[in-house]
Design a protein around this ligand. Structure first.
Ligand code: SF4
Length: 273
């Protein structure tokens, strides 16, 4: 029985490292990041496409910090790891200074059992989850295990067709604008009374009506949460929005009584990952 549980929560890890949170409500906070492998979604502006696939021989890069010399070493481990092993990686990365654990990806909601078990073993440690908000069934399973939910508001026009990692996924990924509307609303209802925030990455050229539809849903289903508007960084073929485009989104949020913050992506500014 023990080995069955172990198998169920063994999960592909891409990297574990300590850094500064660059987005959302906890921007600037030192955290330890557990980045899981695997994402079926295809955001046109994705800055971690190396997290999409789960190769059979995948390895994880683990940061090890010497708490006396502050030296950092990066070592490779087999990617498939149990929650207990991941907490050992976390301890190595933070070098004796416990921090909030941010579970990110990829799409971490592909692995709800792993998240639940990680949080159980982590005890009082704060667990934050960064998710695309596209898998509400999985989200419902981790609601009581996570301290803060940082949820993307995806613009359907910026999403290419998903690529499922298995022929029989636990929960299919949204494809059409209607699918996205459905998962978005279910996600918002689930986190309505939780500690959560929404993030909207805005590239250039998005129709204002599309942003307005997202903001209408926030106003109707989870208006108490702050929306962080992140103008996309101009990299890898993605164009940054103009000031006028940003201001139109700000007006749209204010018209709906939303709390909005405009926050540039901080990682490129600080030069950290
Ligand atoms: S959900 Fe995240 S990892 Fe997946 S494509 Fe979008 S930005 Fe990239």
């Amino acid at each position: 029985m023990i080995s069955e549980t172990r198998q169920a929560t063994e999960t592909p890890v891409l990297e574990v490292f300590a850094s500064i949170q660059g987005e959302g409500a906890f921007v600037g906070q030192p955290q330890v990041f557990v980045r899981l492998r695997g994402c079926p979604l295809r955001c046109s502006w994705c800055d971690t496409p190396h997290s999409w696939a789960v190769p059979k021989d995948a390895r994880a890069e683990i940061e090890k910090r010497d708490d006396v010399t502050e030296g950092i070493e990066r070592v490779e481990e087999p990617a498939n790891s149990t929650p207990f092993q991941v907490l050992c990686f976390v301890a190595a990365a933070e070098g004796g200074r416990p921090k909030t654990i941010s579970v990110t990806g990829g799409e971490p909601l592909l692995y709800p059992d792993f998240i639940v078990e990680l949080a159980r073993l982590a005890g009082e440690r704060h667990i934050h989850l960064e998710t695309a908000g596209a898998h509400p069934e999985s989200l419902s399973r981790v609601l009581d295990s996570v301290d803060h939910f940082s949820i993307d508001l995806k613009l359907p026009s910026t999403m290419r067709a998903p690529v499922e990692l298995s022929a029989d996924p636990v929960e299919p990924s949204p494809v059409t604008a209607e699918d996205w509307r459905d998962v978005r609303r279910r996600t918002m209802k689930l986190v309505r009374s939780r500690d959560a925030c929404f993030k909207l990455v805005l590239p250039a050229g998005v129709a204002l009506s599309e942003v307005e539809e997202l903001f209408d849903d926030v106003a109707n289903f989870a208006s108490e949460h702050v929306v962080y508007l992140q103008p996309a960084t101009a990299v890898a073929g993605t164009a940054a929005p103009s000031l006028t485009e940003i201001e139109l989104c700000v007006d749209a949020a204010l018209e709906r009584g939303l709390t909005l913050r405009v926050l540039p992506q901080v990682h490129p500014v600080l030069g950290v990952r």
